[in-house]
Every structure is written in C-alpha cells, then in structure tokens.
Design a protein around this ligand. Structure first.
Ligand code: AR6
Length: 180
C-alpha cells in the first residue's frame, strides 16, 4: 500500500491532483506559508468560498484537527481541503493526536468526495513549529492505516518545500516499509 505514497519536493499549488490539503488556521481566511501560496494561486474566489463556512465559535470556522473543503478555483487541483494543524507547545497538549486527526479526516473527506489522488504539505511544520521528524513518522503511519483499510487511492503525494522535510518523509517511508 505504501507504494502509492510518493515524496516529492516542490510547490503544492502546481499539482494536478484531485485534492490538495491546505495548512490553514482556525479562522480560515488565509495567512502566510502554504496557505498564502494556495490563496494566491487559486484566486479571490477561494477566500469568498472560505467565508461561507459559519463560525462554530468566535473566530473559528474550522477547529484544530478538523477540515473543510472548497473547490480549487484557478488551481490545477479540483478541491482544496483546508485543515488546521496544532501549534507545537512541547508535545504535552495533544499535538500528536490533533495532527493525526488532520491527516485522517482529510483522507476521509477526500474519499467521500471520490478523490483518487491527494497531496499533503507538512501540516504544522512551518509557522506552527511541529518537529518534522515526529510529523513525518506520524503522517506516514496515519496514511498507511487509511490505505490498509481499503481506501481506493491511486496516489498520495507528500510534498516537501524544503530539503529537510523531503529527507524526513523519505526516512519515515523507508522505516514504515522496513517495520511493516
Ligand atoms: N508548497 C508546499 N509546501 C509549502 C509551500 C508550498 N507552496 N509553502 C510553504 N510550504 P506553514 P503551519 C511548507 O507555515 O506550520 C499560515 O499562516 C512549509 O515550508 O505554511 O501549519 C496559516 O494561515 C512547511 O514545511 O503551515 C496558519 O496561520 C509547511 O508547508 C499557519 O501558517 C507548513 O508550513 C499554519 O502553520
């Protein structure tokens, strides 16, 4: 199953996959990092589509660990799945299970949408400071468990913006293959 998982280095906004995942924040109206890049490439309709989601509590359109979907608009991807990773606070505030939830729920939502290909950035590993090695191992483990449960994906791309992220994901994949 892990043969369907691919690590590439590059820019997620260029990928012609069914769904790309955005590392958003709870307010869901754009930001820096990959969120900013996705909004710029998708065009202003993406912001309009995000605004439509009701606030579940003050200034929260999407709680941490959860996700929401919009069209991709001017992106080559059909859908954008906006998920909110945890801010790393030392590892004692449920960060790992929240990040796992981001991967699991994004995959489940994309299955429900009929997606066959999906690409993930390193959620929480930029502005939110989640350690990349932990995030890489956890993301590969979660994807593996969803694929093993029979999800019909043809391709799951882990897209690294930096070399360090690329290396961490490659290492996590090799380890997962070895200990399978
Ligand atoms: N393609 C792929 N990966 C990218 C790209 C890109 N075009 N641009 C950056 N990355 P971050 P977070 C990588 O900070 O840590 C935003 O302001 C980046 O190098 O984008 O979840 C949101 O609005 C890093 O490895 O997301 C939130 O407020 C990874 O994507 C907050 O940042 C994630 O870094 C979320 O922080």
């Amino acid at each position: 199953m892990l043969s369907k998982v691919e690590v590439v280095q590059g820019d997620i906004t260029k990928l012609a996959v069914d769904a790309i995942v955005n590392a958003a924040n709870e307010f869901m109206l754009g930001g820096g990092g990959v969120d900013g890049a996705i909004h710029r490439a998708a065009g202003p309709k993406l912001l309009e589509a995000c605004r439509v989601f009701p606030e579940v509590r003050k200034e929260v359109r999407c709680p941490t660990g959860d996700c929401r979907v919009t069209p991709g608009f001017q992106l080559p991807a059909k859908f954008v799945i906006h998920t909110v990773g945890p801010i790393w606070r030392g590892g004692y505030s449920g960060e790992e299970s929240l990040l796992e939830s981001c991967y699991r729920r994004s995959l489940q939502l994309s299955i429900w949408l009929g997606c066959r290909s999906i690409a993930f950035p390193a959620i929480s590993c930029g502005a939110y400071s989640f350690p990349i090695d932990k995030a890489a191992a956890l993301s590969v483990r979660t994807i593996q468990s969803v694929l093993n449960s029979g999800a019909a994906f043809e391709q799951v791309i882990l897209i690294a913006f930096e070399r360090e992220t690329y290396d961490a994901w490659r290492h996590a994949l090799i380890e997962a293959e070895r200990t399978r």
